[in-house]
Design a binder for this molecule. Structure first.
Ligand code: UDX
Ligand code: ADP
Length: 469
C-alpha cells in the first residue's frame, strides 16, 4: 500500500533540486513542494520577482516558476518546519570530490549529506520517506539510514512524535541545458529501495507524467551504482572520440565523418560522439574519480586503472588544445590578446563547474596571454572565482591577465586569436568579415567544438584550426 504524498520538501535548491522540484510541482498540482536551502542569497533569487534573476539558467525553467511559484512551489530557508511538515524529503545537496583527508581527490565529500540526514533526524515527524537525489557512492543510503536510526534511538520519544523512515535512491539523469525536457520526458526513472510501499509512493508521483514502463525499480545499491556507471559510460564515449580527434588531426581524416560513420551503427549509436575540449560539468569527473576510488577500495586495481584513463585523456585533450594555440602563435602568447568565446561547461547553462574553459584559460594566462572572455550567461564575478584571478581594469593590459567582454566583437578587437570553447548558438553563425577586420593579422580561429564555418573565416583571411580536422 502506497503512502499518499501531500507535501514534499527538497533540501538543496541547486541545479538538481531547483529544476526537479519545479517539474514535480508543475506535473503534480495536488502536491505542495517546498524547496529549502541554507544559502539565503540563493533562496532570495529563487523568490525574485524578476525572473531573469533566478539563480539558475535553464531553458523552460522560468516559465514553470512563473506558473507554480507561490501556488504549490515554494522556496524557503526555513528548513526546520518544512522538514517537519513533509511526507517525503528529497536530498539534493552538493556532493563534490573531497579536497582533504582520507580519499582526497577521489572520494565524494559526504559532509552535506551527513548534515542533511541529521537535520531530518532532528526535525522530521511521523513517517517520512527520504529520497536521495544527489550522486553518491554506493551504500550511502545505508549511511543515511544509520544516521536516521541512531539519532532517534538516543531521543526520548513521546508516542505522538514517533519517527519512522524509509530511504530510497532516485538518481537524477538530467543534463544541464536540457534539464526541463529531460525531466518531463525521461528515458527512464530509476528507483532503488527495499521498502515496496515507499517505492510505490514515489512511483505514484512520477506516474503523473511518466509512463509506468519507464519506471525501473531495483535494490538500493544497484540504483546508486547505476548512476555512477551511466555517467562513466557517457564520459568514456567523449574521451574515446576525443582521443580519435587527435589521430584524425595527425592523419588527415575528419572526426565529424568518422563520428557519422561509426554512429550510424545502431550498436554504437549517434549520441555523445561530438569531439571537443573535453568534458566538464559537476558530474563526470567527480563520478569517475569516485568509481576509481571504490574499485581500489575493493582491490580491483585493473578496473580502477581502466576508468582512470577516461579522466587522463580528458586532461590531456585540454592541455593539447592550449599547446596547439601556443605553437600556432609562433611559440609564444606572451602579451598577445586571445578572445575566448564561451566559459560555461556547455551551451544553455550558466554553470561553470569543471568547465574546460577554466583549465584552458588558466594555461593560457600562465603562458602570458591576455584573455578577453565573453559568455552570454556567465557573469564576470563567477569567472573571477573560477580563475582565482581578478580581471584587469585596462583592456590594453599586459601579460597573464583577463577581462570580461560584452560581445564577440569586443573579444575579437585587436585579438591575435579567437578560441571557441562553448558551443553557444550565437557562435555558430558569426560575421567573419567583421571579425577579421577587427582582429590583428595574422589572426587565428581555434574552434574546439567544430561549430563554425571555418571556410568562411578562412575566406576572410583568418588562419583556422578545428578539433579533429
Ligand atoms: C551529465 C549526464 O549527461 C546526466 O545524465 C547526469 O545526470 C549529469 O551529468 P551534464 O554534465 O549536465 O549531464 O551534461 P552533458 O550533456 O552530459 O555534458 C557533459 C560534458 O560533456 C559537457 O562538457 C559537454 O560539452 C561534453 N560533451 C557532451 C562532449 O564534449 N561531447 C558530446 O558529444 C557530449
Ligand atoms: P547540484 O548540482 O547537485 O544541485 P548545487 O551546488 O547546485 O549542486 O546545489 C546544492 C545546494 O544544496 C546548494 O545551494 C547548498 O547551499 C545546498 N545545501 C547544502 N547543504 C545543505 C543543508 N544541510 N541544508 C540545506 N541546503 C543545503
Amino acid at each position: 500500500m502506497s503512502h499518499k504524498i501531500k507535501t514534499i520538501c527538497c533540501i538543496g535548491a541547486g541545479y538538481v533540486g531547483g529544476p526537479t522540484m519545479a517539474v514535480i510541482a508543475k506535473k503534480c498540482p495536488h502536491i505542495q513542494v517546498m524547496v529549502v536551502d541554507i544559502n539565503h542569497e540563493r533562496i532570495s533569487r529563487w523568490n525574485d520577482h524578476n525572473l531573469c534573476n533566478l539563480p539558475i539558467y535553464e531553458p523552460g525553467l522560468k516559465e514553470i516558476i512563473e506558473k507554480c511559484r507561490g501556488k504549490n512551489l515554494h522556496f524557503s530557508t526555513d528548513i526546520e518546519s518544512n522538514i517537519a511538515a513533509a511526507d517525503m524529503i528529497f536530498i539534493s545537496v552538493n556532493t563534490p570530490t573531497k579536497v582533504k583527508g582520507l580519499g582526497a581527490g577521489h572520494a565524494i565529500d559526504l559532509k552535506w549529506i551527513d548534515a542533511s540526514a541529521r537535520q531530518i533526524a532532528k526535525y522530521a515527524k511521523g513517517y517520512t520517506i527520504i529520497v536521495e537525489k544527489s550522486t553518491l557512492p554506493v551504500k550511502t543510503a545505508e549511511t543515511i539510514k544509520q544516521i536516521l536510526e541512531s539519532s532517534h534511538q538516543n531521543m526520548v520519544i513521546k508516542e505522538e512524535s514517533k519517527k519512522a523512515f524509509s530511504v530510497l535512491s532516485n538518481p537524477e539523469f538530467l543534463a544541464e541545458g536540457s534539464a526541463i525536457n529531460d525531466l518531463e520526458n525521461p528515458d527512464r526513472v530509476l528507483i532503488g529501495g527495499n521498502d515496496n510501499n515507499a517505492i510505490a509512493s514515489l512511483t505514484e508521483i512520477y506516474s503523473n507524467w511518466v509512463n509506468r514502463e519507464k519506471i525501473i525499480t531495483t535494490d538500493l545499491w544497484s540504483s546508486e551504482l547505476s548512476k555512477l556507471i551511466a555517467n562513466a559510460f557517457l564520459a568514456q564515449r567523449i574521451s574515446s572520440i576525443n582521443s580519435i580527434s587527435a589521430l584524425c588531426e595527425s592523419t588527415g581524416a575528419d572526426i565529424n565523418n568518422v563520428a557519422l560513420a561509426i554512429g550510424s551503427d545502431k550498436r554504437i549509436g549517434k549520441y555523445f560522439l561530438q569531439s571537443g575540449p573535453g568534458f566538464g560539468g559537476s558530474c563526470f569527473r567527480k563520478d569517475i574519480l569516485n568509481l576509481v576510488y571504490i574499485c581500489k577500495h575493493y582491490g580491483l586495481k585493473e578496473v580502477a586503472a581502466y576508468w582512470q584513463q577516461v579522466i587522463d585523456i580528458n586532461n590531456w585533450q585540454q592541455k593539447r588544445i592550449s599547446n596547439i594555440i601556443i605553437e600556432k602563435l609562433f611559440g609564444t602568447i606572451s602579451g598577445k590578446k586571445i578572445g575566448i568565446l564561451g566559459f560555461s561547461f556547455k551551451a544553455n547553462t550558466n554553470d561553470t563547474r569543471d568547465s574546460p574553459s577554466i583549465h584552458i584559460c588558466k594555461e593560457l594566462i600562465e603562458e602570458g596571454g591576455c584573455l578577453a572572455i565573453y559568455d552570454p550567461k556567465v557573469i564576470p564575478e563567477q569567472i573571477e572565482i573560477d580563475l582565482s584571478i581578478k580581471q584587469t581594469k585596462s583592456k590594453k593590459d599586459s601579460e597573464g591577465s583577463w577581462y570580461f567582454s560584452r560581445s564577440v566583437l569586443d573579444s575579437a578587437k585587436d585579438a591575435d586569436a579567437l578560441l571557441i570553447i562553448t558551443e553557444w548558438d550565437e557562435f555558430k553563425k558569426l560575421n567573419w568579415e567583421e571579425i577579421s577586420n577587427a582582429m590583428r593579422p595574422p589572426s587565428w580561429l581555434f574552434d574546439t567544438r567544430g561549430i563554425t564555418n571555418i571556410y568562411e573565416a578562412r575566406k576572410n583571411g583568418i588562419n583556422t584550426w578545428r578539433v579533429g580536422n
